[in-house]
Design a binder for this molecule. Sequence first.
Ligand SMILES: C[S@@+](CC[C@H](N)C(=O)[O-])C[C@H]1O[C@@H](n2cnc3c(N)ncnc32)[C@H](O)[C@@H]1O
Length: 352
Amino acid sequence: MPESLTKLTYQTFQQGKNYFGLAHKILSSRLRNLVYPTLEQKTKPIPNELLLKLQQRLNQLLETDWQDAQKGIYPESLLFDNPWDDFFRYYPLVCLDLPETWERVQQQNYQNFSPEIDTDGYPSYYVQNFHHQSNGYLSDLSANLYDLQVEILFGGAADPMRRRILAPLKQGLKAFESVAPRQTRILDVACGTGRTLKLIRAALPQASLFGTDLSPAYLRKANELLSQIPGELPQLLQANAEELPYLDNYFHTVTSVFLFHELPAAVRQTVIEQCFRVTKPGGVFIICDSIQLSDSPDLEYMMDSFPETFHEPYYKHYTTDNLLERLQKVGFENIEMQVHFMSKYFIAHKPA
Ligand SMILES: C[S@@+](CC[C@H](N)C(=O)[O-])C[C@H]1O[C@@H](n2cnc3c(N)ncnc32)[C@H](O)[C@@H]1O
């Protein structure tokens, strides 16, 4: 296919996902307002000029995503990697789960877990219905629905945002050019269902990949996803990011995607300390998370409504938290920051 046609196909696909996400959000909130009229006034509609701004930011993200593929940072096929099986299997379940979600919102019940879910041993900050998900991160159903829910939330831009870690990751690995690709170790902290590891595998087919997460259900889902890819299976481990079960200076690169806004402030610092500890001198630690007020003051409106609409108890503090200072405090240096669409990136180097 000629390049211009491939690009147009990619853009059209992505816009389609964006419209689908928008339609889902509009329809589901109308339905919710019908069933629970008291919830209506709690959510504010997004002003038109903001929607326009968001569309511009999304277009920029898609352009960067396309350009990075053209530069060979990852294969072009990754742009079309859509989990259609999961979409058709789980979209009806996303819809069926909505009434239970609304009932919990109505009752302001944000720590609601079914009796069969074992919540023992998890940190109390974690035992939450983040995003109003039924059983939080602790059920297989939640793990099956998560990617689709994130896709709807970001209008299909979740993977393009995750892919923005790949250019700095490959750049960071240049410090270890003498290391054989198979000996290159990369850890994804709070890997969830494994989407980021899948993207890293496509960009670095030979590297040794590791993923940790607190949720056994999400790790099972990650294993299901990653075991479909030929080649070495990433090593997945259930672990709290506050106590990474690895030797000091073990990884050439450490990444973490969409974790920090779900942690209380003090835990953010501990996790950064741990990531510093396990990163090799000369290695790089890359955070991808939500935008913050300091870099996107024009999107304050979105950041204000997000924690309530999606039950994110630590998000408000996150939006003003000085992560740069936190990273410097533990010893990272030469820290670059980037913003793409709704995400912010910290690319932090451990002194050689
Ligand atoms: C918003 S999800 C992000 C998942 C994945 N990185 C992604 O890109 O979709 C947050 C993840 O962080 C995990 N998590 C939250 N607190 C954690 C902690 N203290 N230690 C390890 N994982 C944690 C959750 O289980 C969940 O999988």
